[in-house]
Design a protein around this ligand. Structure first.
Ligand code: ADP
Ligand code: MG
Length: 225
């Protein structure tokens, strides 16, 4: 198995800048999108150009929304949360996408799992990003295994394992680089954003992957910070 330790520290300045730019660009984009939709109404056969413009604008909006997760530090609130509850809410959220792709979730929660201090929305976003990647790695369906356990070093470990395509070494080396994607409509931001959030929680991410067999993402979070 290939193993890789991730250190997202170098991304912090770039991340703040990216989030700031995303914030500034969002309003003008919303305005342009609105006028494109209005113009489309009276345009006859050129409507398809407006559909392309709208879908391109929606792509910009997706990229901005992913970058914006890093911004707004004023809304970040650390509270004591039960990770099991956050995970089950995320599974409910991703249920229809999983069903559509013939993906099932299994959960194994070790006894004695303790609550941790975290920002609920940010940690949920991390689970969403990784579980989405897991689903997308299994075009023919499969199982996403979710394990939660306390570790002896006062940390909580969440392990997400898929049975997907796996990550080749060259891709593994680029994981966490902004905009690096192997998907046709990917943004290449999910991993970087997740890394940044876990770094802000004083945790760490570890990736193990075998091409053709699947990928495990280990998220380790301190029990008290
Ligand atoms: P995106 O999902 O938009 O491509 P990410 O940052 O989430 O961006 O992931 C970057 C790349 O890492 C993906 O394009 C894919 O090649 C690879 N990857 C991430 N997670 C997995 C996984 N569970 N299985 C296989 N490949 C993965
Ligand atoms: Mg992704």
């Amino acid at each position: 198995a290939q193993e890789h330790m991730k250190n997202a520290e170098k991304l912090s300045v770039a991340g703040q800048l990216a989030a700031g730019i995303a914030h500034e660009i969002r309003n003008p984009i919303t305005s342009i999108k609105g006028f494109v939709q209005l113009m489309k109404a009276g345009i006859g056969e050129k409507q398809k150009y407006f559909d392309i413009m709208t879908s391109e604008i929606e792509r910009i909006e997706l990229i901005l929304s992913e970058l914006l997760i890093l911004a707004k530090p004023q809304t970040i609130k650390y509270e004591r949360k039960d990770i099991r509850v956050l995970l089950s809410q995320v599974m409910t959220l991703l249920d229809s996408q999983a069903n559509l792709n013939n993906v099932q979730f299994t959960t194994e929660i070790k006894p004695g799992v303790t609550p941790i201090y975290c920002d609920e929305n940010q940690i949920k976003q991390v689970f969403i990003n990784f579980i989405k990647n897991a689903i997308e790695s299994m075009p023919k369906g499969g199982i996403v295994r979710i394990q939660v356990m306390n570790e002896q070093d006062q940390s909580l470990r969440i392990r997400l394992t898929d049975e997907g395509c796996g990550i080749p070494e060259d891709v593994l080396a680029k994981l966490g680089q902004p905009f690096y994607t192997t998907k046709e409509t990917g943004t290449g931001l999910g991993f970087m954003v997740s890394q940044k959030i876990i770094e802000n929680h004083a945790g760490s991410i570890r990736v193990e992957s075998k091409v053709g067999q699947g990928t495990s993402i280990d998220i380790s979070l301190p029990i008290s910070i």
